[in-house]
Design a protein around this ligand. Structure first.
Ligand SMILES: [Zn+2]
Ligand SMILES: [Zn+2]
Length: 187
């Protein structure tokens, strides 16, 4: 997929991450205060980690809309995308995926002492799109990613997926309680 604006990113090819943009030089749009620009491009949020498992976006890059505004001394940016994130079900480890919607905003006023007006993703005129996309996606990522809403998880005794068996049939004989064995000996 090709971004609708012919902008290139110098850092893009260095990290071997495929088609997504890593950083964008905002100065190249030569916006004056009050002016804005809409960009449709691709972001590469990388992988997410949840409970020791890794989750990734098939194809690595996700179509992303940026609304960029030049303020008096800095920038305001809105980023929107919907990413399909895939990885193991948090209950049964089968393949699972979920569509995660991101709508995030950043403001960067370089002179401001107010942290709300400083963005960790904008340094001068450089927007670190990959880092922002990653963090914004992680914030919206659900605490559990299930293969299906009623996933029954794994049998705690033998590890079989309880989605694949009839719970009424899948039973294990309870371990005999050693105290009863003792009593029997006494009897
Ligand atoms: Zn599952
Ligand atoms: Zn079992």
């Amino acid at each position: 997929m090709i971004p609708s604006f012919p902008i290139r990113c110098l850092a893009n090819l260095d990290r071997g991450m495929g088609a997504g943009y890593h950083s964008i030089d905002l100065a190249r749009f030569a916006l004056r205060p009050g002016e804005g620009r809409r960009l449709d491009l691709e972001a590469a949020p990388g992988q997410l980690e949840l409970g020791g498992e890794r989750y990734s976006i098939p194809g690595d890059a996700v179509p992303t809309r940026l609304d960029l505004s030049r303020t008096a001394t800095g920038y305001a940016v809105r980023m929107r995308f919907t990413a399909l994130v895939a990885g193991p079900c948090t209950r049964c480890l089968a393949d699972a995926d979920v569509a995660v919607e991101v709508d995030a905003r950043e403001v960067e006023q370089p002179d401001s002492m107010d942290e709300e007006l400083r963005s960790p993703y904008i340094d001068g005129d450089e927007l670190d799109l990959a880092a922002w996309a990653h963090d914004a996606l992680a914030l919206e990522f659900p605490l559990q990613l299930l293969c299906r809403p009623d996933c029954k998880g794994l049998c705690p005794v033998c590890g079989a997926s309880l989605n694949d068996v009839d719970p009424a049939e899948h039973r294990h004989e309870p371990e005999p309680d050693p105290r009863w064995a003792k009593l029997r000996e006494l009897g």
